[in-house]
Design a protein around this ligand. Structure first.
Ligand code: HEC
Ligand code: HEC
Ligand code: HEC
Length: 234
């Protein structure tokens, strides 16, 4: 028969019994096991996205959850609710995996005692919030824009002053989180922050200024004095 063609060689290799099973049979088994694992994995990922999962943790239940329950994203006229994962977990796969791995570190931090009481939570709060601001800034507030967009805002219904602000923001390529910090939770408070501006990175400083200085997009604003003991940041 001479030289078998490439396809034929391949077919023989696939069908050749390895120890007891052909490579093909093994491949088929792997294929189905893969599907089952994939399903289980995704179900697991979905479970961690529910409101219940996010609030089993008592720091979340006692602090951020109570605050969030007072906001428009929990109850509103039309009954569209944004839950924790809508704002905090990306929808697309790659970003979701990255985010989930980081969240696992946060849970690890809890287990090993870095964030285990209200005090340690408050102490870490500015850091956690800053991470979220930076993440949203980097993604151009992708999660907000899963539900909202400048394009879908109606100039007839939205207040003219606000509508104009949004038009300008779009022109200047500003993003939602630039102006809408503290929409679902209280902003981090005094004890949480470095006392001297020199302790901060440039990015941290810019964010703190945005929060501490008067801004119409922010509901509850901590006093400036609580951020910096000495000089006014504005
Ligand atoms: C799951 C969808 C969803 C996501 C995600 C979401 N929102 Fe909303 N948002 C809503 C709904 C629904 C309302 C209430 C609309 C209404 O009843 O007028 C709302 C209201 C608001 C309001 C109006 C607040 C007020 O008091 O009138 C602001 C500001 C806002 N969202 C900003 C954001 C920002 C910033 C993000 C991202 C961090 C975000 N939203 C993420 C659905 C969402
Ligand atoms: C340049 C700052 C700025 C940017 C950027 C910005 N907003 Fe606003 N937005 C405001 C101000 C100011 C108001 C009015 C005060 C308030 O409700 O917080 C407002 C109000 C709103 C409202 C309530 C409107 C109403 O009629 O009650 C929603 C919803 C909203 N913004 C969503 C967004 C979303 C989503 C983005 C990103 C796509 C965004 N905003 C980007 C400044 C901004
Ligand atoms: C509408 C969007 C939105 C929803 C819904 C939301 N968050 Fe947030 N979350 C934010 C933003 C924005 C920040 C960044 C800090 C800030 O501006 O308040 C944040 C910050 C946080 C932080 C860091 C600490 C802090 O307080 O700043 C934690 C923890 C957190 N969220 C947990 C949750 C949990 C748990 C839920 C559900 C019960 C939830 N979030 C629902 C938008 C949201």
């Amino acid at each position: 028969m001479g030289n078998p063609s490439a396809i034929k060689r391949c077919w023989i290799a696939v069908n050749k019994p390895s120890a007891r099973y052909s490579v093909l049979a093994i491949a088929i088994v792997f294929f189905f096991v893969g599907i089952i694992f994939w399903g289980g994995f995704n179900t697991g990922m979905e479970m961690t996205n529910t409101l219940e999962f996010c609030t089993t943790d008592h720091e979340m239940r006692d602090n951020v959850y109570q605050e969030y329950k007072q906001t428009i994203h929990y109850t509103n006229r039309t009954g569209v609710r944004a839950i924790c994962s809508d704002c905090h977990v990306p929808k697309d796969w790659v970003h979701k995996i990255i985010r989930k791995s980081k969240a696992s570190f946060e849970i690890w931090g809890k287990l090993t005692g870095t964030i285990d009481t209200k005090e340690t939570f408050e102490a870490r709060r500015m850091t956690l919030a800053t991470h979220e601001w930076e993440r949203m800034k980097d993604s151009d507030s992708r999660e907000c824009r899963n539900c909202h967009s400048f394009e879908a805002m109606s100039g007839d219904i939205q207040k003219q002053t606000v509508y104009k602000k949004h038009l300008a923001a779009k022109e200047e390529a500003k993003t939602c989180i630039d102006c809408h910090k503290g929409i679902a939770h209280k902003l981090p408070r005094s004890t949480t922050t470095p006392t001297r501006t020199s302790d901060l990175t440039a990015a941290g400083k810019a964010l703190l200024l945005a929060v501490a200085c008067p801004h119409p997009g922010i509901r509850e604003r901590p006093s400036r004095a609580s951020f910096f003991s000495s000089t006014s940041p504005c």
